[in-house]
Design a protein around this ligand. Structure first.
Ligand SMILES: *[C@@H]1O[C@H](CO)[C@@H](O)[C@H](O)[C@H]1NC(C)=O
Ligand SMILES: *[C@@H]1O[C@H](CO)[C@@H](O)[C@H](O)[C@H]1NC(C)=O
Ligand SMILES: *[C@@H]1O[C@H](CO)[C@@H](O)[C@H](O)[C@H]1NC(C)=O
Ligand SMILES: *[C@@H]1O[C@H](CO)[C@@H](O)[C@H](O)[C@H]1NC(C)=O
Ligand SMILES: *[C@@H]1O[C@H](CO)[C@@H](O)[C@H](O)[C@H]1NC(C)=O
Ligand SMILES: *[C@@H]1O[C@H](CO)[C@@H](O)[C@H](O)[C@H]1NC(C)=O
Ligand SMILES: *[C@@H]1O[C@H](CO)[C@@H](O)[C@H](O)[C@H]1NC(C)=O
Ligand SMILES: *[C@@H]1O[C@H](CO)[C@@H](O)[C@H](O)[C@H]1NC(C)=O
Ligand SMILES: *[C@@H]1O[C@H](CO)[C@@H](O)[C@H](O)[C@H]1NC(C)=O
Ligand SMILES: *[C@@H]1O[C@H](CO)[C@@H](O)[C@H](O)[C@H]1NC(C)=O
Ligand SMILES: *[C@@H]1O[C@H](CO)[C@@H](O)[C@H](O)[C@H]1NC(C)=O
Ligand SMILES: *[C@@H]1O[C@H](CO)[C@@H](O)[C@H](O)[C@H]1NC(C)=O
Ligand SMILES: [Cu+2]
Length: 556
């Protein structure tokens, strides 16, 4: 590797943080197997640096982040920096076969990106197979030095990562489902910072404990890293004051229960306003349609200093899985901060308007014996996405033909009662992208379907934040519904739940050239094909174009 003198100086300066602030954050992620004991049984899991959850990435707005990922496991690996804008650096976004070929066993790759215009909490996770079940961690983005938070400075900050644990190997779980055609087994427990807390068949299982001092305020950086389940989160006897989601500040509001979908993050202040005691923290599933979930509640404790470990814990009962009203109370309270310093730049005009159905389907499968010759699939506008064997971004950049087509439909092929169910449950397939010019404004209405069952789908867009300008139940009405859109202070985020049997409208400015994945963040639905990509052309000049690929970009 060639080092310029400037870079040598920067690297030396980073060793002397007292002299000059380091603007380059360097990490090494060794992807390794590690035996891990949960639910009173041990199994090897894929981890980063032997840790579960993985290490937290600490950065400041405007820093450049360099993460060398070294693959020591038998699986192909890639890492996604979920929610990082990756302006012109799609090569570092991470979804396998979309922006890069995976890092193969024994190989390494340097992710290199700059954090621009974002502050708060995001997460990183594996973006290939089902590895993100255990390969995930927090990204903490601090504001620029000297810039305060737009809320009272907390005494301490704590990362709280929610997850799902299977007793079996997760790759075996999804492989079994794919060969049968049926839905995969639900998880065996939820976790809070890697631990389920005591459960009935393993009462000795320890849990995460957050130590607090009476009167102090804490910032919880809460992340849902679960694979397939949206989660409720609450703490007995304490209110949560929400200040940020998906690394964008919100208007603060107080609430007792959060709902958080896989891929989403929420920063909330909590004041230790009791004098002493122990209080239960609970994470439990939100599922308001007839779909099986893991209904085990993960628990942790908030422990006031000076309180004996043996003293009783104040309990809380989590909402039932079908508590739609509890989820809506949280979701409907979210607004962009939209202050002078942090304005909500909502696109007021729309260049490209898409109406996309999201839902399930059933296709024939001769080998699917358990599924009676059928397999469950999922689609967007009736297209079940087929993963290419060459990354789409490479195919785009190097003009390799035959990898993808640009005919992703802007509307469903046929209009039907979307929240009902058509007679024909089959889908088509293809590797289709939707192409837009640089800097165009895009509106996407995501419409849930009732094919097999309506269900809440948390849809994630890579490369952009979007504004959630509207939502509703039933079928979207393009004439009347836009009249109720919030174009002033809608919440800005990167992952949004499409309500079960309803729709959500989002808008974004396509100011980032590249290939950007959009998919359901329930991993089972992504696997089944609920995914597509936007191809955003280069604009004029180098500042509006994808940077050239790094020399160590993995090959397929
Ligand atoms: C990171 O990418 C930038 C271009 O965006 C490049 O100038 C720089 O050399 C890269 N850093 C390393 C260590 O490769
Ligand atoms: C899934 O669950 C079924 C029924 O409990 C069980 O027989 C099977 O072994 C499980 N599959 C895996 C991969 O754990
Ligand atoms: C959890 O699910 C199991 C099996 O699906 C059911 O028997 C049990 O009653 C459920 N528990 C709760 C608390 O809903
Ligand atoms: C939630 O499920 C419970 C038990 O299955 C049922 O009694 C209740 O009516 C449901 N609530 C809603 C709001 O659907
Ligand atoms: C498959 O068909 C058999 C016989 O018709 C039926 O009993 C079984 O429930 C079916 N299984 C599934 C998964 O649909
Ligand atoms: C791909 O094609 C475009 C337009 O035809 C051309 O400008 C570009 O240089 C080509 N890129 C490569 C890497 O060949
Ligand atoms: C669409 O289907 C839903 C669910 O079956 C039903 O409640 C609704 O009345 C239907 N709407 C129309 C316009 O047929
Ligand atoms: C989806 O495509 C399949 C295959 O072409 C077709 O049979 C089916 O009617 C389509 N469904 C919808 C809802 O468009
Ligand atoms: C896509 O659809 C075609 C035609 O129905 C089928 O032959 C092919 O196997 C499908 N490919 C995948 C990957 O499902
Ligand atoms: C992109 O569009 C925005 C909003 O429409 C506009 O303010 C900005 O000047 C445009 N930028 C470029 C580089 O065209
Ligand atoms: C491109 O961006 C760089 C850094 O953001 C800036 O210094 C430069 O002036 C820009 N060049 C053009 C042609 O806009
Ligand atoms: C890993 O990725 C390469 C390149 O796409 C592929 O050829 C290979 O089959 C993959 N290996 C495994 C074990 O999936
Ligand atoms: Cu989904």
């Amino acid at each position: 590797m060639k080092y310029s003198w400037v870079r040598v100086l920067v690297l030396v300066a980073c060793l002397l943080p007292a002299l000059v602030e380091c603007r380059v954050r360097q990490y090494t992620f060794n992807v390794v197997l590690k035996n891990t004991n949960r639910l009173c049984a041990s199994k090897p899991i894929v981890t980063v640096n032997g840790r579960f959850p993985g290490p937290t990435l600490y950065v400041r707005e405007d820093d450049t982040v360099l993460v060398r990922v070294v693959n020591h496991v038998k699986y192909n690996v890639s890492i996604h920096w979920h929610g990082i804008r990756q302006l012109r650096t799609g090569w570092s976004d991470g979804p396998a076969y979309i922006t890069q070929c995976p890092i193969q066993t024994g190989q390494s790759y340097l992710y290199n990106f700059t954090v621009t215009g974002q502050r708060g909490t995001l997460l990183w996770h594996a973006h290939v197979l089902w590895l993100r079940a255990t390969v995930h961690g927090a990204i903490v983005i601090l504001p620029k030095r000297g810039v305060p938070y737009p809320f009272p400075k907390p005494h301490k900050e704590v990362v709280v990562i929610l997850g799902e644990w299977w007793k079996s190997d997760v790759e075996a779980v999804i492989n079994q489902a794919l060969s049968s055609g049926l839905a995969p087994n639900v998880s065996d427990a939820h976790t809070i910072n890697g631990h389920p807390g005591p459960v009935s068949n393993c009462p000795s299982q320890g849990g995460f404990s957050l130590q607090v001092e009476a009167g102090k305020t804490y910032l919880l950086r809460i992340i849902n890293a679960a694979l397939n389940e949206e989660l409720f989160f609450k703490i007995a006897g304490h209110q949560l004051s929400v200040v940020e989601v998906d690394a964008v500040y919100t208007k603060p509001f107080k609430i007792d229960t959060l709902v958080i979908a896989p891929g989403q993050t929420t920063n909330a202040l909590i004041t230790a306003d009791q004098s002493s005691g122990k209080y239960l923290m609970a994470a439990s599933p939100f599922m308001d349609s007839p779909i099986a979930v893991d209904n085990l509640t993960a628990t942790a404790t908030l422990h006031y200093s000076g309180t004996l470990a043996s003293s009783p814990t104040s309990l809380t009962s989590p909402p039932p899985p079908n508590a739609t009203a509890v989820a809506n109370k949280f979701v409907n309270s979210l607004r962009s901060l939209n202050s002078k310093k942090y304005p909500a730049k909502v696109p007021l005009t729309v260049d490209h308007s898409l109406f996309i159905t999201v839902g399930l389907g059933i296709n024939p499968c001769a080998t699917c014996v358990a599924g009676n010759g059928s397999r469950a699939v999922a689609s967007m506008n009736n297209v079940t996405f087929v993963m290419p064997t060459t990354a789409i971004l490479q195919a785009h950049y190097f003009n390799i033909s035959g990898v993808y087509t640009t005919d992703f439909p802007a509307n469903p092929p046929v209009a039907f009662n979307y929240t009902g169910s058509p007679a024909n449950l089959q889908t088509t397939n293809g590797t289709k992208v939707y192409r837009v010019p640089y800097n165009s404004t895009v509106q996407v209405v995501l419409q849930d379907t009732g094919i097999i069952a309506t269900e809440n789908h948390p849809v994630h867009l890579h490369g952009f934040n979007f504004f959630a300008v509207g939502k509703g139940l039933g079928n979207y009405n393009p004439k009347t519904d836009p009249q109720n859109f919030n174009l002033i202070d809608p919440v800005e985020r990167n992952t949004i739940g499409v309500p079960s049997g309803g729709w959500t409208a989002i808008r974004f400015l396509a100011d980032n050239p590249g290939v950007w994945f959009m998919h359901c963040h329930l991993e089972v639905h992504t696997t089944w094909g609920l995914k597509m990509a936007f191809l955003v052309d280069n604009g004029k000049g180098p500042n509006q174009s994808i940077i050239p690929p790094p020399s160590d970009l993995p090959k397929c």
